[in-house]
Design a protein around this ligand. Sequence first.
Ligand code: NI
Length: 251
Amino acid sequence: MAKTVPAQAVPPRPQPVKVGANTQYRPPAYVNQGLRNPNMNLPSQFSGTTVSHSRGLSNNPYVAMTFDDGPHPQNTPRLLDMLRARNIKATFYVIGGNVDRYPHIVRRIVAEGHEIGNHTYTHRKLTSLGDSEVKKEMRRTEDAIVRAAGVRPRTMRPPYGALLTRQRSAVFADFGYPTIMWSVDPNDWKRPGPSVVASRILKGAHNGAIILAHDLHAPTVDAMPKTFDGLLSRGFQFISVSQLLAQKGQA
Ligand code: NI
Protein backbone atom coordinates (compact mmCIF):
# COMPACT_ATOMS: atom_id res chain seq x y z
CA MET A 1 0.00 0.00 0.00
CA ALA A 2 1.39 3.31 -1.04
CA LYS A 3 2.00 5.78 1.67
CA THR A 4 0.02 8.96 1.48
CA VAL A 5 2.25 11.75 0.36
CA PRO A 6 1.73 14.64 2.78
CA ALA A 7 0.34 17.67 1.10
CA GLN A 8 2.97 20.32 0.52
CA ALA A 9 2.31 23.42 2.54
CA VAL A 10 1.74 26.28 0.21
CA PRO A 11 4.30 28.92 1.06
CA PRO A 12 2.69 32.22 1.93
CA ARG A 13 2.81 34.80 -0.76
CA PRO A 14 5.32 37.49 -0.01
CA GLN A 15 3.50 40.63 1.02
CA PRO A 16 4.05 43.58 -1.28
CA VAL A 17 6.37 46.18 0.16
CA LYS A 18 4.50 49.28 1.09
CA VAL A 19 6.05 52.32 -0.50
CA GLY A 20 3.34 54.90 0.06
CA ALA A 21 2.91 57.24 2.99
CA ASN A 22 3.84 55.78 6.34
CA THR A 23 0.39 55.58 7.85
CA GLN A 24 1.76 53.49 10.72
CA TYR A 25 3.62 56.47 12.11
CA ARG A 26 2.45 57.74 15.47
CA PRO A 27 4.08 60.54 17.40
CA PRO A 28 6.17 59.23 20.28
CA ALA A 29 4.24 58.55 23.45
CA TYR A 30 6.02 60.31 26.25
CA VAL A 31 6.37 58.50 29.53
CA ASN A 32 5.52 61.69 31.31
CA GLN A 33 3.02 63.90 29.56
CA GLY A 34 4.20 66.95 31.46
CA LEU A 35 6.45 69.16 29.39
CA ARG A 36 9.88 68.38 30.81
CA ASN A 37 11.70 70.67 28.44
CA PRO A 38 9.62 73.83 28.41
CA ASN A 39 12.33 75.88 26.77
CA MET A 40 12.40 74.29 23.35
CA ASN A 41 11.34 77.62 21.91
CA LEU A 42 14.21 79.56 23.42
CA PRO A 43 16.17 81.40 20.74
CA SER A 44 19.01 79.40 19.27
CA GLN A 45 20.45 82.10 17.03
CA PHE A 46 23.67 83.14 18.64
CA SER A 47 26.06 85.80 17.53
CA GLY A 48 29.14 87.44 18.91
CA THR A 49 32.84 87.06 18.56
CA THR A 50 33.63 84.71 21.43
CA VAL A 51 35.58 81.87 19.89
CA SER A 52 35.51 79.38 22.79
CA HIS A 53 32.87 78.48 25.36
CA SER A 54 32.98 76.04 28.22
CA ARG A 55 29.76 77.08 29.95
CA GLY A 56 26.66 79.23 29.56
CA LEU A 57 25.28 81.98 31.75
CA SER A 58 24.50 81.00 35.30
CA ASN A 59 21.32 82.95 35.94
CA ASN A 60 18.97 80.20 34.77
CA PRO A 61 18.93 76.50 35.69
CA TYR A 62 19.80 75.40 32.18
CA VAL A 63 22.25 72.65 31.31
CA ALA A 64 23.42 71.35 27.93
CA MET A 65 24.06 67.61 27.80
CA THR A 66 26.59 66.82 25.08
CA PHE A 67 27.40 63.38 23.69
CA ASP A 68 30.58 62.83 21.69
CA ASP A 69 32.00 60.29 19.24
CA GLY A 70 28.78 58.78 17.87
CA PRO A 71 26.60 57.89 16.27
CA HIS A 72 26.91 54.31 17.52
CA PRO A 73 24.55 51.70 16.00
CA GLN A 74 23.21 50.42 19.35
CA ASN A 75 24.07 52.93 22.04
CA THR A 76 22.87 56.07 20.29
CA PRO A 77 19.34 54.76 19.51
CA ARG A 78 19.10 53.51 23.12
CA LEU A 79 20.09 56.96 24.37
CA LEU A 80 17.59 58.61 22.00
CA ASP A 81 14.82 56.48 23.52
CA MET A 82 15.81 57.68 27.00
CA LEU A 83 15.82 61.32 25.90
CA ARG A 84 12.50 60.94 24.10
CA ALA A 85 10.87 59.30 27.11
CA ARG A 86 11.68 62.42 29.13
CA ASN A 87 11.16 64.95 26.34
CA ILE A 88 14.59 66.44 26.84
CA LYS A 89 17.04 67.67 24.22
CA ALA A 90 20.77 67.15 23.88
CA THR A 91 23.63 68.03 21.56
CA PHE A 92 25.57 65.35 19.69
CA TYR A 93 29.17 65.97 18.61
CA VAL A 94 29.37 63.38 15.88
CA ILE A 95 32.40 61.95 14.08
CA GLY A 96 32.04 62.38 10.31
CA GLY A 97 33.15 58.80 9.59
CA ASN A 98 30.38 57.50 11.83
CA VAL A 99 27.88 59.83 10.18
CA ASP A 100 28.67 58.24 6.82
CA ARG A 101 28.34 54.77 8.39
CA TYR A 102 25.04 55.44 10.19
CA PRO A 103 23.29 58.34 8.44
CA HIS A 104 19.84 57.07 9.48
CA ILE A 105 20.77 57.59 13.15
CA VAL A 106 21.85 61.16 12.43
CA ARG A 107 18.50 61.72 10.72
CA ARG A 108 16.73 60.41 13.82
CA ILE A 109 18.79 62.67 16.11
CA VAL A 110 17.73 65.71 14.09
CA ALA A 111 14.12 64.57 13.62
CA GLU A 112 13.73 64.27 17.38
CA GLY A 113 14.83 67.84 17.96
CA HIS A 114 18.42 67.42 19.09
CA GLU A 115 21.35 69.47 17.89
CA ILE A 116 24.31 68.17 15.89
CA GLY A 117 27.84 69.48 16.27
CA ASN A 118 31.04 68.82 14.35
CA HIS A 119 33.60 66.52 16.05
CA THR A 120 35.91 66.05 13.01
CA TYR A 121 35.92 63.25 10.46
CA THR A 122 38.67 60.98 11.82
CA HIS A 123 38.95 62.04 15.49
CA ARG A 124 42.63 62.90 15.21
CA LYS A 125 44.33 65.30 17.55
CA LEU A 126 44.03 68.57 15.62
CA THR A 127 46.94 70.32 17.34
CA SER A 128 49.36 68.23 15.31
CA LEU A 129 47.65 68.97 11.98
CA GLY A 130 48.25 71.80 9.53
CA ASP A 131 45.57 74.36 8.78
CA SER A 132 44.47 72.75 5.53
CA GLU A 133 44.07 69.37 7.21
CA VAL A 134 42.01 70.86 10.04
CA LYS A 135 39.84 72.55 7.44
CA LYS A 136 39.41 69.24 5.60
CA GLU A 137 38.36 67.47 8.84
CA MET A 138 35.70 70.11 9.44
CA ARG A 139 34.51 70.30 5.82
CA ARG A 140 34.19 66.52 5.32
CA THR A 141 32.19 66.21 8.53
CA GLU A 142 29.93 69.14 7.75
CA ASP A 143 29.27 67.69 4.29
CA ALA A 144 28.48 64.27 5.78
CA ILE A 145 26.01 65.79 8.25
CA VAL A 146 24.30 67.84 5.53
CA ARG A 147 24.07 64.73 3.32
CA ALA A 148 22.64 62.64 6.14
CA ALA A 149 20.20 65.02 7.76
CA GLY A 150 20.01 68.24 5.76
CA VAL A 151 21.24 70.44 8.60
CA ARG A 152 24.48 72.30 9.05
CA PRO A 153 26.29 72.04 12.37
CA ARG A 154 26.78 75.37 14.15
CA THR A 155 29.45 74.55 16.70
CA MET A 156 32.41 72.19 16.96
CA ARG A 157 34.20 70.29 19.68
CA PRO A 158 37.82 69.28 19.12
CA PRO A 159 38.77 65.64 19.86
CA TYR A 160 40.48 65.44 23.28
CA GLY A 161 39.59 69.11 23.74
CA ALA A 162 42.81 69.85 21.89
CA LEU A 163 42.81 72.93 19.66
CA LEU A 164 45.29 75.79 19.70
CA THR A 165 43.98 79.32 20.20
CA ARG A 166 45.13 80.19 16.70
CA GLN A 167 43.34 77.14 15.26
CA ARG A 168 40.14 78.02 17.13
CA SER A 169 40.15 81.44 15.49
CA ALA A 170 40.78 79.92 12.07
CA VAL A 171 37.89 77.44 12.44
CA PHE A 172 35.64 80.26 13.64
CA ALA A 173 36.61 82.39 10.64
CA ASP A 174 36.27 79.56 8.10
CA PHE A 175 33.12 77.84 9.36
CA GLY A 176 31.55 80.16 11.93
CA TYR A 177 31.92 77.40 14.53
CA PRO A 178 32.64 78.44 18.08
CA THR A 179 34.77 75.83 19.87
CA ILE A 180 32.70 74.17 22.59
CA MET A 181 34.52 72.76 25.59
CA TRP A 182 32.75 71.72 28.82
CA SER A 183 32.42 72.55 32.49
CA VAL A 184 31.43 69.11 33.80
CA ASP A 185 33.50 66.05 32.91
CA PRO A 186 32.57 62.70 34.49
CA ASN A 187 35.54 61.01 32.78
CA ASP A 188 33.09 58.43 31.51
CA TRP A 189 35.52 57.24 28.81
CA LYS A 190 37.59 55.66 31.59
CA ARG A 191 34.56 53.45 32.28
CA PRO A 192 34.19 53.99 36.03
CA GLY A 193 30.73 52.38 35.96
CA PRO A 194 27.28 53.87 35.40
CA SER A 195 26.58 54.90 39.00
CA VAL A 196 29.90 56.78 39.28
CA VAL A 197 29.22 58.56 35.97
CA ALA A 198 25.77 59.60 37.17
CA SER A 199 26.97 60.79 40.59
CA ARG A 200 29.87 62.78 39.11
CA ILE A 201 27.50 64.60 36.75
CA LEU A 202 24.96 65.27 39.50
CA LYS A 203 27.68 66.53 41.81
CA GLY A 204 29.23 68.78 39.16
CA ALA A 205 26.04 70.18 37.62
CA HIS A 206 25.49 73.92 37.85
CA ASN A 207 23.45 76.59 36.11
CA GLY A 208 24.78 77.00 32.57
CA ALA A 209 26.76 73.74 32.66
CA ILE A 210 28.00 72.10 29.51
CA ILE A 211 28.21 68.42 30.43
CA LEU A 212 30.53 66.09 28.53
CA ALA A 213 29.66 62.44 27.92
CA HIS A 214 30.17 59.83 25.19
CA ASP A 215 27.31 57.91 23.59
CA LEU A 216 29.93 55.56 22.16
CA HIS A 217 30.19 53.77 25.53
CA ALA A 218 27.37 51.49 26.71
CA PRO A 219 28.02 52.14 30.45
CA THR A 220 27.66 55.90 29.83
CA VAL A 221 24.26 55.34 28.24
CA ASP A 222 23.39 53.03 31.17
CA ALA A 223 24.13 55.97 33.49
CA MET A 224 21.75 58.36 31.74
CA PRO A 225 18.33 57.48 33.23
CA LYS A 226 19.67 58.17 36.73
CA THR A 227 21.53 61.26 35.48
CA PHE A 228 18.56 62.76 33.63
CA ASP A 229 16.06 62.02 36.40
CA GLY A 230 18.45 63.36 39.03
CA LEU A 231 19.00 66.60 37.13
CA LEU A 232 15.26 66.98 36.43
CA SER A 233 14.40 66.42 40.08
CA ARG A 234 16.85 69.14 41.04
CA GLY A 235 15.07 71.57 38.71
CA PHE A 236 17.52 71.65 35.82
CA GLN A 237 16.19 72.07 32.30
CA PHE A 238 17.91 70.70 29.24
CA ILE A 239 18.68 72.98 26.32
CA SER A 240 20.96 72.72 23.31
CA VAL A 241 24.41 74.25 23.08
CA SER A 242 23.15 76.83 20.56
CA GLN A 243 20.35 77.83 22.93
CA LEU A 244 22.89 78.18 25.71
CA LEU A 245 25.08 80.40 23.52
CA ALA A 246 22.07 82.50 22.48
CA GLN A 247 21.39 83.14 26.17
CA LYS A 248 24.90 84.36 26.54
CA GLY A 249 24.46 86.67 23.58
CA GLN A 250 21.45 88.31 25.17
CA ALA A 251 23.24 89.24 28.36
NI1 NI B 1 35.80 62.60 21.01
